[in-house]
Design a protein around this ligand. Structure first.
Ligand SMILES: [Zn+2]
Length: 247
């Protein structure tokens, strides 16, 4: 049985039995792991309330023959305090964590997604990232997970900035009317340009905020893409809707 320590972000937690807890962790070297924390809800000594979602930990883990690792100890490196004061930030952090959990396979190293999620949570806690940063994060996370929608050209024939383009998640993004042949939903040039711009690295100067209806259209396209490729609508989207937060 191998014993190791790692930095890890807590993606989610589920209580188990009377006193235990199972945590989904994104480690920086070994990808996503599920760990069993015996006595987590009774022994404050070993875990000291560290096993909460959106926490950066230094964890000590033991590989077992079972699917779950055993969590031996956890120390909080960053609690993202500024994130927990605001329900909207909690909702966005939940969505980001759920998306990452779906994009990473168990035990597949994914340092890029670890860094992306850590950076997003830090930004959310300190700067209160809004809907545009949320979409930027999603597009980067999708790209890191091997799912990057093509938004500047037709995904089939490569025609750049096609007029009257359609959006089809199945075929990887934009389609020109010729290639679409009845597939996909209409997409405005403004919405596809906004999403394409959010796929590019941030360019120093602050970007102008797009009109609300363009952002809403881009949001709907992105959600359609995510649920198509993950095979379901993420639960935290519903949570965002309930607390009245624009994803
Ligand atoms: Zn085409």
């Amino acid at each position: 049985m191998e014993r190791f320590s790692s930095r890890a972000l807590v993606l989610s937690c589920v209580d188990y039995g009377e006193a235990d807890r199972i945590v989904a962790l994104l480690t920086d070297g070994r990808g996503r792991l599920s760990a069993f924390a015996r006595g987590a809800r009774k022994s404050r000594r070993r875990f000291a309330g560290a096993l909460e979602p959106f926490t950066l930990l230094k964890v000590q883990l033991v590989e077992t023959r079972a699917e779950l690792c055993r969590l031996e100890g956890a120390e909080v490196l960053e609690g993202f305090g500024g994130l927990r004061e605001d329900i909207g930030r909690v909702a966005r952090a939940s969505y980001a964590s759920e998306l990452v959990r779906e994009l990473v396979r168990e035990r597949e190293p994914q340092e890029e997604l670890f860094d992306l999620l850590l950076g997003f949570l830090l930004g959310l806690a300190s700067a209160g990232f809004g809907p545009q940063e949320m979409m930027r994060f999603e597009l980067s996370a999708l790209a890191a997970g091997g799912l990057m929608p093509r938004l500047d050209a037709c995904a089939r024939c490569g025609e750049e900035g096609p007029r009257d383009a359609l959006f089809d998640p199945e075929h990887g993004g934009l389609l020109c009317p010729r290639c679409a042949a009845g597939l996909g939903v209409r997409v405005s040039a403004e919405a596809s340009r906004l999403l394409a711009a959010l796929q590019r690295p941030v360019a120093g100067a602050a970007e102008a905020a797009p009109p609300g209806h363009v952002r809403a259209e881009a949001r709907a396209l992105l959600s359609r893409f995510v649920s198509h490729h993950l095979g379901r609508r993420l639960k935290s989207l519903e949570f965002m809707r309930q607390v009245g937060i624009e994803a």
